[in-house]
Design a binder for this molecule. Structure first.
Ligand SMILES: NC(=O)c1ccc[n+]([C@@H]2O[C@H](COP(=O)([O-])OP(=O)(O)OC[C@H]3O[C@@H](n4cnc5c(N)ncnc54)[C@H](OP(=O)(O)O)[C@@H]3O)[C@@H](O)[C@H]2O)c1
Length: 230
């Protein structure tokens, strides 16, 4: 269980999309300060939101962030990107760059902030995965999210000794810029964010945000054909 009232929170990619909804939900739950990052941060009107620059693939940028936000209790690794499907057509360099953002970015931020969380009594790390970490057919994005899921599960063990709660978030299509062009049913990001807040308060390990996510988690115990989305 993680106390949110009065907490200082970092949300990577917190100025738009799901990250913005997470920041708002955490403030609503009583967080004192939410550091929200963007590659080019914009001013915020709410003084409780503190915009900071972050490029997750850049070690120096992560180190600067840790200096600027020295008092964090909850780290939300939300920043993420995608590239078009087609592992056989994708340039390997593009796949590697996506892994750098979606997987190693979360690792860099967690490594930088783990000592901070330990000093402040444990706190929490929240990593945003996807239903596509389990469902096949999503190409490089699925590869990155499956790796991130594994990273989260191992970090949970490594951070247990210092009392840090680790929450993995799985979700299907959610109404943000990332899937703006797709005409499909989408989650409301505010609904996903509310479930993350609930998991933090209740000490949960995992958020399965919607029906499609619960379906594919259950399908992991069946034949691999059941994991295909395309
Ligand atoms: N939307 C969906 O359907 C869906 C479904 C499952 C999982 N997710 C996951 O949810 C998370 C949030 O995505 P979203 O849907 O809100 O997408 P989004 O609107 O495209 O936002 C992506 C966020 O990630 C940040 N970001 C991207 N590359 C970055 C980099 N190299 N360094 C630092 N920050 C970077 C962006 O920051 P800037 O402002 O600097 O661009 C932005 O805030 C992602 O991890 C995504 O994979 C989304």
């Amino acid at each position: 269980m993680t106390e949110i009232k009065g907490a200082r929170v970092l949300v990577t990619g917190g100025q738009r999309g799901l990250g913005k909804a997470l920041a708002a939900a955490l403030l609503e739950a009583g967080a004192g300060t939410v550091y929200v990052t963007a590659r080019r941060p914009e001013p915020e009107t709410d003084p409780r939101l503190v915009p900071l620059a972050l490029e997750v693939t850049d070690e120096a940028s992560v180190a600067r962030l840790a200096e600027q936000a020295p008092d964090v209790d909850i780290v939300v690794n939300n920043a993420g990107a995608t590239i078009p499907n087609g592992l056989l057509r994708n340039d390997v360099a593009d796949v590697a760059h996506l892994l750098d953002i979606n997987v190693l970015g979360a690792l860099r931020v967690t490594q930088a902030f783990a000592p901070v969380l330990a000093r402040r009594g444990g706190g929490a790390v929240v990593n945003v995965h996807s239903v596509l970490s389990w469902a096949s057919g999503a190409g490089a994005y699925g590869v990155s999210k499956a790796a991130l899921w594994s990273l989260t599960n191992s970090l949970r063990h490594e951070l247990a000794d210092q009392g840090t709660q680790v929450v993995g978030v799985h979700l299907g299509y959610t109404d943000t810029d990332m899937v703006r062009a797709l005409d499909v049913p989408k989650n409301d990001p505010r609904d996903v964010a509310a479930q993350v807040v609930e998991a933090l308060l209740k000490g949960g390990n995992e958020v399965l945000a919607d029906e499609v996510t619960r379906h594919f988690k259950a399908a992991l115990s069946g034949p691999v054909e059941g994991l295909a989305v395309a």
